[in-house]
Design a protein around this ligand. Structure first.
Ligand SMILES: [Zn+2]
Ligand SMILES: [Zn+2]
Ligand SMILES: [Zn+2]
Ligand SMILES: [Zn+2]
Length: 762
């Protein structure tokens, strides 16, 4: 990272002064037209940076490390945990999958080890019941050179998995292959069984598929976009009741955030058998071979950049690069006849007009090309930074990949294409600064970036079925993707959004968050909304990033912070006052969360505006002290009492009340995970406290928010663990929240509900 900063500083000096900004094309052209010697030095710096990023690669050490993990996997897998009951059995098989996964990842491109690691993981996955993944691992083992004389073992396993998955074609193919091989008696017998299986499957096939396909079709179209002096915006064609799906948008381009290993093709985050690209240092994985195949056209140009670890340094420009890589084939049709970069640029800019005819059917590259950008208003240093990133990526594509080969036969020169590609990367980066979205998902609590949710053996009892009391360990909301959603980006900002967006892999599903009338504008919220922030807190990012001052109904009313302050109502501690009040924020204060500030910060103090007495909040420290010993039943009883006691000072759905609930619930569950046994009094009190917390969250963030659903996991665990009755209405309402989960999570929640909650209520 320092390296990048150093080089950029030196390059910045070479290009100064940068003239007035006109557009992305002119900005990059200026870089390309530096005078002779300067240009040479500028280019050398870029090449030096790319060269310096190469990392040593010790194949012998890699092989040893992979073998070490595989051996650990083997000894766990062959251990006799069977004798110790079902928990130990899950730990044995899933634990082995986890160790083999480490062997797969660290093997990198040492294929002798890689193929063995895949083969062994396949065995464990099959035993656990992950047949699809086991099937893929057999194919992986064969792909990476599994020893020929043993291949029949892998193929027969693949056939078994195909049979489990009811895939007749694949099964037939593997049987045909096995028939040509020399097999011993045992394998002959297995082959005969597989053939019988195939006949049986052929007898019963078809019918099932069509239902599934029907369900996937969900055409709901109610949007028009209008252009005019206000730019583009979105209105509802007809009345949309709350909770209706307004549109779905599948993103062509996203990148994982913070080095989290998620599938680079479908963005799924819960994996049990990640398949890495062996060539780029364990930085890219896929959930399946199919996803790996589909991502090839992009990854072939990114692989070396991942190997150099270049992409994590350049922030938003990585997604910008991906946009250019993804959209280039479509753009090429428009550009191939152009004779010069100037002509290409003007062709592209012509495409950006005519946005008034845009709808969801408009190709995504066109929608993206039309997104607004504020690079013209950016401070000089920021502009230069993005220019240098775009230049760096273009030089990378030229020096390290064959990306530019595709332009060789066309009329314009390669220099023209270098310029246009850099200009497009710069344009996309500028657009993403104001249009980029962040997709989130639930993940296991405290999961390391290189670990995988479905391999955490203490959580699972069988594939995608959690153990009793484990749902709360799936409650961490994490931003996972930076994602380009040009259609959603058409929505303007308001501090009270009309939509709620669910991220399901790389698909965004937009629901109406309120009742929307026909003809109403559909607003998104780009920052914290009016209930979660004071005007002064959210207006800063809106000005700095999005370059506007919000004039929405919430911001322009006389008392713009009233809805925020509702969650900060106190009763004065002074016994002779006891008046209700909300603190008056000091001029520089952007929030009222005094408990998050360091205790010695003077400005954190809260004063009663009636009697002027500073509030001491002694009860707060008392409460926090008790939490340390929540492993003891007695301390927990005191905590429950203390929690009720703060009602005297914290009024309504005070946000601190929810923070206290969280501070209490999490460690109690952690104690439970550690083996601490809770009784009915605990369950009763914890249920009541989680319910209080959920009410507050529903009031401030909405009952379908991720925040709500993540806290709901605690309630579901309590329901599953304790034997008390739930009303049918309560159950239905809670089950309805699952709509707002990504498909991969929803399945797990539904399994949990069916395994532990529903049957108990009968
Ligand atoms: Zn995938
Ligand atoms: Zn790669
Ligand atoms: Zn506003
Ligand atoms: Zn007072």
């Amino acid at each position: 990272m320092d390296n990048l900063a150093q080089i950029f500083t030196q390059q910045d000096e070479l290009i100064a002064p940068v003239g007035a900004y006109q557009n992305e094309y002119e900005a990059i052209k200026a870089l390309h037209s530096l005078s002779g010697e300067k240009r040479q030095r500028f280019q050398n710096l870029t090449r030096k940076l790319l060269g310096d990023l190469d990392q040593p690669h010790d194949r012998k050490a890699i092989a040893e490390r992979s073998r070490m993990w595989r051996n650990k996997g083997n000894s766990l897998f062959r251990s006799s945990a069977k004798e110790f009951g079902p928990d130990a059995e899950a730990e044995r098989v899933l634990g082995a999958c986890r160790l083999y996964t480490k062997a797969v990842l660290v093997a990198e491109d040492v294929e002798d080890e890689l193929c063995l690691a895949f083969a062994n993981r396949g065995i464990a996955l099959q035993e656990y019941g992950y047949y699809q993944e086991a099937y893929d691992d057999c194919a992986n083992a064969l792909e990476f050179g599994y020893p020929r004389r043993l291949q029949h073992k892998v193929i027969i396993r693949q056939a078994h998995c195909a049979a489990k998955l009811k895939r007749t074609e694949q099964l037939a193919e593997h049987i045909a292959c096995l028939e040509k091989m020399q097999l011993n008696e045992r394998f002959r017998q297995q082959l005969e069984d597989l053939k019988e299986n195939l006949e049986m499957l052929r007898g019963q096939s078809s019918s099932e598929k069509s239902v599934e396909e029907q369900e996937k079709n969900h055409p709901i179209q109610e949007i028009v976009c209008q252009s005019g002096s206000r730019g583009r915006y979105m209105i509802a064609k007809e009345a949309l009741p709350q909770g209706k799906i307004i549109f779905r948008e599948q993103a062509t381009c996203f990148v994982p955030l913070e080095q989290r290993l998620i599938c680079q093709q479908c963005a799924c985050s819960l994996m049990c058998a990640p398949i890495p690209c062996p060539k780029c240092r364990q930085r890219v994985v896929y959930c399946s071979r199919e996803c790996r195949e589909r991502h090839k056209s992009i990854h072939r140009f990114e692989c070396i950049a991942y190997r150099k670890d270049l992409l994590k340094m350049i922030g938003v420009s990585h997604l910008a690069l991906r946009m250019v890589l993804s959209y280039m084939p479509s753009m090429l049709q428009q550009l191939q006849e152009c004779a010069s970069s100037a002509e290409m640029w003007s062709t592209l800019m012509t495409l950006t007009t005519g946005a008034d005819k845009e709808d969801e059917q408009t190709p995504q590259y066109l929608q993206s090309l039309r997104m607004i950008s504020h690079l013209d208003k950016a401070p000089q240093a920021e502009l230069v930074y993005h220019m240098l990133c775009a230049n760096l990526l273009q030089v990378y594509l030229k020096e390290c990949t064959d990306f530019f080969d595709q332009f060789q036969p066309l009329s314009a020169s390669l220099e023209d294409w270098h310029l246009i590609v850099a200009a497009l990367i710069l344009r996309s980066a500028g657009q993403l600064l104001v249009n980029g979205h962040v997709g989130d998902a639930l993940l296991p609590v405290n999961l390391e970036a290189n670990e995988f949710g479905l391999l955490q053996s203490e959580m699972w009892q069988k594939p995608r079925h959690l153990q009793l009391g484990q749902l709360h360990n799936l409650s961490q909301t994490e931003p996972l993707t930076a994602i380009n959603l040009p259609h959603l980006s058409i929505c303007n900002h308001a501090c009270a959004p009309c939509i709620r967006t669910k991220f399901d892999g790389c698909t965004a599903v937009c629901y109406s968050a309120v009742d929307i009338e026909a003809g109403d504008e559909i607003f998104n919220c780009y920052t914290m909304d009016y209930k979660k922030s004071m005007l002064r807190q959210r207006s800063r990012p809106l000005q700095e990033v999005y370059k506007f001052e919000c004039s929405c109904a919430k911001c322009t009313r006389t008392d713009p912070d009233q809805d925020y302050l509702k969650f900060h109502r106190y009763r004065c501690e002074n016994e002779s006052c006891l008046r209700e009040f909300v603190p008056e924020p000091l001029p520089h204060q952007t929030n009222l969360n005094w408990w998050l500030q360091s205790p010695d910060a003077a400005e954190a103090s809260v004063c009663c505006p009636v009697c002027k007495e500073t509030q001491v909040f002694a009860w707060y420290n008392d409460f926090m002290c008790l939490i340390d010993s929540c492993g003891e039943a007695k301390a927990r009883r005191e905590l429950y009492k203390a929690f009720d006691g703060v009602d005297k000072y914290l009024l309504g759905h005070h946000i601190l009340k929810r923070k206290l609930a969280e501070a209490l619930i999490e460690p109690c569950f952690a104690e439970m995970d550690e083996g601490c046994v809770l009784d009915d009094v605990d369950y009763e009190n914890l249920t009541r406290i989680v319910e209080t917390q959920l009410e507050g969250t529903a009031a401030q963030s909405g009952g379908n928010s991720m925040e709500y659903i993540s806290q709901m996991t605690y309630l579901w665990d309590l329901w599953a663990l304790s034997k008390c009755k739930r009303s049918e209405q309560q159950l239905q309402e809670m089950k309805g929240k699952l709509e707002y989960l990504a498909a991969e999570h929803r399945e797990i929640f539904e399994n949990y509900y069916n395994d532990f909650i529903e049957q108990q209520c009968k």
